[in-house]
Write a protein of this length. Structure first.
Length: 126
């Protein structure tokens, strides 16, 4: 009886890693693609970019005046429903804008064009 139990235990231990393989996504699958944000800052000021997720503001970075910069959203923002809002604040001014809710998924591409008058800015989600 003991040898039968030992054989079963060895078989379970040997097969356990193989049973877990189906849970790991391939490195090149669409589920592992980052969500990205491209900011085209047409403003005359440098602009700070933040993400609002579950009531918490996180700083993504800054975009210099009259330049374009790309960011990758942290993987933690892609969980749950992936609902975020973006915030742009022109440094040294009282001007700030906040987008409507955006749903992020792996591979989502967001393009945000910030105009001189921030309220005239446009956003596209692909």
């Amino acid at each position: 009886m003991t040898s039968l139990a030992q054989c079963i235990a060895i078989a379970v231990i040997a097969l356990a890693p193989a049973a877990c393989l189906h849970h790991h996504a391939a490195a090149n699958s669409t589920g592992s693609e980052p969500a990205t944000l491209q900011v085209d800052n047409r403003n005359w000021q440098d602009v700070d970019i933040e993400v609002l997720h579950r009531g918490i503001r996180s700083h993504l970075g800054s975009v210099n005046a009259a330049t374009t910069r790309e960011f990758q959203f942290p993987q933690s923002l892609l969980g749950d429903l992936g609902e975020v809002q973006l915030i742009a604040h022109a440094i040294g001014t009282p001007f700030t804008i906040t987008t409507n809710v955006i749903v992020l998924k792996p591979g989502t591409q967001v393009r945000w064009s910030l105009e001189t008058t921030l309220s005239s800015s446009t956003i596209a989600v692909y």
